[in-house]
Design a protein around this ligand. Structure first.
Ligand code: SAH
Ligand code: SF4
Length: 335
């Protein structure tokens, strides 16, 4: 797909043509320009040639049947992964990528080990949404939630991510409520500061993954630049200004960050620092070759200790083990 040329092609046409074309792609979810009968035939032919909207991809189904992974092939031969999860409560969540690879080099993360290639354009982000929205439309269903928890660090591709979110959110676009859109970050200070001033009511999640800065620096190198204290300062400001709850993500790594000592340390770290508007999400680690997941009992104990300290905590089971498709475990394994 190559939507970036759309505006160039339509620049000499009346403004409503661009609106019609965008609505056809984002809202009516047409799969070829031929379907857009509101556009003149010669324009349709030109768009079909110069701005095709077919999406090169491959779908992997999981045995769990509630998860699908797509590999999307980009125009320069790069590829990204997108994961779709259908929940029992009727939520249809799409986990999208924001970059090809990631520069943050987190030790436990498969994408981190791949290194950074480039940012995705606004349209390459939207392509992932269009792909699954088209598939779901055939089943009379819709994407209800979007999470930026695929490959890459969304706050290091701030402008393109926010442009894509504006279209995801807009009535002429996918019309998904801002409260159903979440950005997860490893803790990019400037990005959090910018988000604080953004009028959009989107959700923010911080991948904390450690109960102290020394440990965090070992598994997440970004912590050497932006240690926990610095990030918590801007996060507290974000919460104060936006009055929105922030999710603290904590991936449970066996014997690395999951002992009772870590649970107590995390509780004390969080207590009062962020006010009351946050909650911790304990995430089951999808094994990569670098770390082991925590034992079930360790996770339960960990959760109990947080509760004893009155820290709001939930637990998320990652989906899609068998398609290497869980959020954050986008391996690029097909490469
Ligand atoms: N770069 C952003 C968003 C993508 S990673 C960030 O780090 O927040 C999304 C989430 O997946 C992060 O919370 C990360 O800690 C988590 N994650 C990474 N590898 C994982 C794995 N193998 N299993 C489970 N979660 C993982
Ligand atoms: Fe990048 Fe997030 Fe993976 Fe860290 S966890 S390497 S920030 S994708």
């Amino acid at each position: 797909m190559n939507l970036s040329t759309l505006e160039k092609i339509l620049v000499h046409h009346p403004a409503y043509r661009l609106k019609q074309a965008r609505e056809a792609v984002f809202n009516q979810l047409v799969e070829s320009w031929d379907e857009v009968s509101s556009l003149p035939l010669d324009l349709r032919t030109k768009l079909e040639q110069e701005c095709p909207i077919n999406i090169k991809h491959k779908i992997f189904e999981s045995d769990e049947s509630n998860t699908q992974k797509a590999i999307v092939y980009l125009h320069d031969g790069e590829q990204i992964e997108t994961v779709f999860m259908q929940h029992k409560d009727k939520r249809n969540t799409l986990c999208v990528s924001s970059q090809v690879g990631c520069a943050m080099a987190c030790e436990f993360c498969a994408t981190g080990h791949q290194g950074f290639t480039r940012n995705l354009s606004e349209f390459e982000i939207l392509e992932q949404v269009i792909l699954f929205a088209r598939i779901l439309k055939k089943q009379n269903q819709k994407i209800t939630n979007i999470v930026f928890m695929g490959m890459g660090e969304p706050l290091l591709n701030y402008d393109n991510v926010l442009e894509a979110i504006r279209i995801i959110n807009s009535k002429e676009g996918f019309n998904i409520g801002a409260r159903h859109i979440s950005i997860s970050t490893s803790g990019i200070r400037e990005g959090i500061v910018r988000l604080t001033r953004e009028p959009l009511q989107i959700n923010l999640a911080l991948s904390l993954n450690a109960s102290n800065s020394k440990l965090r620096s070992e598994i997440m190198p970004i912590n050497r630049q932006y240690p926990i204290d610095k990030i918590f300062l801007v996060l507290a400001e974000y919460i104060k200004v936006t009055r929105r709850r922030v999710m603290i993500e904590y991936v449970m790594l066996g014997r690395v960050n999951d002992t009772e000592k870590h649970a107590r340390e995390l509780s004390l770290l969080l207590d009062n620092k962020l006010g009351k508007l946050f909650f911790v999400n304990l995430i089951n680690f999808n094994p990569t070759k670098y770390f082991k997941p925590s034992a079930k009992e360790s996770i339960e104990k960990f959760k109990k200790i947080l509760e004893k300290y009155h820290i709001p905590v939930t637990q998320r089971f990652a989906f899609g083990h068998n398609i290497h498709g869980a959020c954050g475990q986008l391996t690029g394994s097909v490469k």
